[in-house]
Design a protein around this ligand. Sequence first.
Ligand SMILES: *[C@@H]1O[C@H](CO)[C@@H](O)[C@H](O)[C@H]1NC(C)=O
Ligand SMILES: *[C@@H]1O[C@H](CO)[C@@H](O)[C@H](O)[C@H]1NC(C)=O
Ligand SMILES: *[C@@H]1O[C@H](CO)[C@@H](O)[C@H](O)[C@H]1NC(C)=O
Ligand SMILES: *[C@@H]1O[C@H](CO)[C@@H](O)[C@H](O)[C@H]1NC(C)=O
Length: 569
Amino acid sequence: MRITTATGMLWRGLCMIVPLLFASVNLRNKGIAASAETNYKGKWELFSQNSGVSAMHLILLPKTNNSLMFDATIFKTSRLKFQDPHCQNVVVPKSLVEEHCFAHSVLMDFETTKVKPLRLKYDTWCSSGALDVKGRLVSTGGFNNGSDTVRILDKCDDCTWKEYPGTLGNGRWYATQVTLGDGRFMVFGGRDFPTYEFVPTEGKRNTKNQVIDFKFLRETHDPVENNLYPFVYLHTDGNLFIFANNRSVLLNPKTNSIVHEFPVLPNGARSYPSSGFSCMLPITLQPDEKRSVIPAEVLVCGGAAHNAFTLANLTRPPVFPPATKDCGLIDISQMQKATWKILQMPSPRILGDALVLPTGDVLLVNGAKSGSAGWENARDPNLVPVLYSVASSSFKELNPSTIPRMYHSTSAVLPDARILIAGSNTNDGYLDVALFPTETRVEKFSPHYFDPALDRFRTEIVYDKKAKRINYGMPFKLQVKGGDENLDMQKLQVNIYNPPFTTHGISMNQRMIRLGISDVKKDKDAKDVSVISLQGAPNGNVAPPGYYMLFVVYNGVPCRRAMWINVNK
Ligand SMILES: *[C@@H]1O[C@H](CO)[C@@H](O)[C@H](O)[C@H]1NC(C)=O
Ligand SMILES: *[C@@H]1O[C@H](CO)[C@@H](O)[C@H](O)[C@H]1NC(C)=O
Ligand SMILES: *[C@@H]1O[C@H](CO)[C@@H](O)[C@H](O)[C@H]1NC(C)=O
Ligand SMILES: *[C@@H]1O[C@H](CO)[C@@H](O)[C@H](O)[C@H]1NC(C)=O
């Protein structure tokens, strides 16, 4: 199916001139900054013995040191009780009152392991979410009475969930939330609802009329779904790239028309329950960015055969087919000329995460080597994280973990460039004894760039209050300490990263933008300080408004700690 609109024609016209522009940009502008060689394979540490709640969903809250972890109220139990004296002797909930003793969402300080339980009333099971312009989490959907609920959690120390049931026009269970260039949210799909809708502003409700039927989700529905939690990315031209099962389209959210359909990605299904994982590669800007179309590439990896869930969950004895070993990479800005480049990972993987590291490379982590999604449906934990290098388009295995992270596991990039790894197999209510018990241990992984030999390249951002709000197109300066005698511009990157909402192998709204650097100079007054001149992203379609972590990367090594910035008009 191919639908052509006037917008589609226009973009294709513009695409013709892009290759010419490409020829004249240097390597650095393609995101290939020089980086130091290392054979260091990373290091794992057990960070916390018990997060209390198994992190089925995980997101960092800006400016605090808080990671938010939550599962589902349907489980009734967890490994953390509220302080109520009545609750202290309750082991297994037997009544509605006792169910209220167990937390289903926590804020965990990712520096100290301190955990704070937060009450949730409407079920968040397999829900969706994103940070809004103010850095609050806006969570959508879930199960049962949570499926049409919108919840908001602000980032203050004593904030609690605000819950708005009956807000969405359709139930959203296994749906995907995406942020548009103007900061509004849309939610796509979910079980039994091949539709989408805008998330209304706080306190407003959608009627059924505000729900838009989406034939693409209807068409990509297999007998066992395989189109839930679709991968959705805002393209730099304001259209939405939507991938479900093995197909993908560009949707114009203003006209609700499909602008382009990309070729099918062969070799199995990639969406839930054949859960693959995906990310958008860093969007690389030039200093004084003027291109009419800014390239954007999407990586879709792993997954399983179309019938994997049937074999693992509905067949007796169960069969656990091998997971998919390949990835597809596509430049969505090429439109008609876009094709999938097929890459082979070192090992098959399902239920993993694709996290964009502060350097712009991708970490493939967590998951299994066979089976499907569902809490007893996967086997052969894939303990080996894989580094995908964007510059060389190649994979490298890093040091393995010892803790299986199967269905319902999550991960997040921290401001110190380490990776937080949590969750796995909530099962139907926290099993201590099972083939894969419910996991509440939390680990941290220090990737390859923590090679002690590279420590001298770790810079430190000198905080400048004025630089914390970055307006679109605004030139600004960053002061940086260390890294080298004289910072070499060819080895320097400044990357801003939007903390994603991670669940089920999907990291919603994960986005990295590599800012254009125009100049690097020694500071006049402090000789160990360098001043980087750069420019904010051009508009909201490139970088939706909100909070980002800003990482300075020198010689392939991220700075000691990212700075939180607010990107806005
Ligand atoms: C977060 O942790 C870092 C490192 O321990 C610390 O320097 C900083 O003050 C903490 N920030 C907040 C808001 O607690
Ligand atoms: C939502 O539904 C669950 C049962 O699935 C019930 O325990 C809970 O009390 C309901 N929440 C509210 C606020 O009605
Ligand atoms: C894409 O998925 C559909 C099932 O939804 C399947 O029938 C079709 O063969 C797949 N296409 C390819 C090229 O794998
Ligand atoms: C199938 O999956 C569902 C949901 O994940 C689970 O409740 C059920 O126990 C599974 N059935 C079998 C036979 O594995």
